[in-house]
Design a protein around this ligand. Structure first.
Ligand code: HEC
Length: 189
């Protein structure tokens, strides 16, 4: 190897060692030195950040009026229990295995801790027994006499001490839960 090439290689090796020591490249527990600005720190505004140009200085903007998020299903039913009385159950009378399977899944996950596996009410249940107002039985003459629309409404909006379950049970599965509650009522005459 020529002397000049040898010198060049030595210089390169020394240079890369100095570079990695300087920038911390050898210590992977520390962040690197930022040689080119804006590569690690993007100038884009993140959702929770302060934005001096936004009207309320929030990085997040309100969507334009009248727009809907992709996949959003508007709620087409009345928003009060009386108005909900007439809401028609599109699955009325459907107690097929497929329908009840969905109903059971959501009922057991969301409702049973308070109303019981059988819908008997929450006197002796871990969560129900701790509530100031014990979760009522779903077989009561009152709920039996309710329309399907009213049960659907309470699942969506809650009632008094019971919170809404709209974010837990998507709209397309709530009528199946209603039908499962009806099944529990029939089984526990
Ligand atoms: C955290 C406990 C809790 C959970 C979970 C819960 N409920 Fe309730 N539920 C209550 C309480 C308490 C009441 C009575 C509220 C009131 O009237 O102030 C109630 C009331 C009701 C009523 C009206 C009964 C009546 O006699 O007025 C229905 C129907 C009902 N719940 C169904 C459900 C269904 C279906 C689910 C599951 C999606 C569910 N609940 C989940 C606690 C709960």
């Amino acid at each position: 190897m020529k002397r000049s090439t040898q010198n060049l290689l030595i210089a390169l090796a020394a240079g890369s060692l100095a570079f990695s020591t300087l920038t911390g490249c050898t210590d992977h527990s520390r962040p690197n030195v930022e040689l080119i600005q804006d590569m690690m720190e993007s100038p884009a505004i993140k959702p929770q950040e302060y934005d001096e140009n936004s009207p309320n200085h929030s990085g997040m903007r309100l969507p334009p009026e009248g727009t809907q998020p992709y996949g959003f299903t508007p709620y087409k039913y009345a928003k009060d229990i009386d108005g909900a009385t007439g809401n028609k159950n599109p699955l009325a009378g459907d107690y097929s295995e497929d329908t009840l399977k969905v109903g059971i899944k959501f009922y057991v996950t969301n409702c049973a801790v308070c109303h019981g596996e059988q819908g008997q009410g929450g006197e002796k249940l871990s969560v129900g027994s701790k509530m100031a107002l014990k979760p009522p039985s779903l077989w009561s003459p009152k709920v039996r006499a309710w329309t399907d629309g009213q049960i659907y409404h309470v699942i969506t909006m809650g009632q008094g001490l019971m919170g809404p379950y709209a974010s837990h049970i998507p709209q397309q599965y709530r009528w199946q839960v209603v039908n499962y509650v009806r099944t529990l009522q029939k089984e526990n005459k």
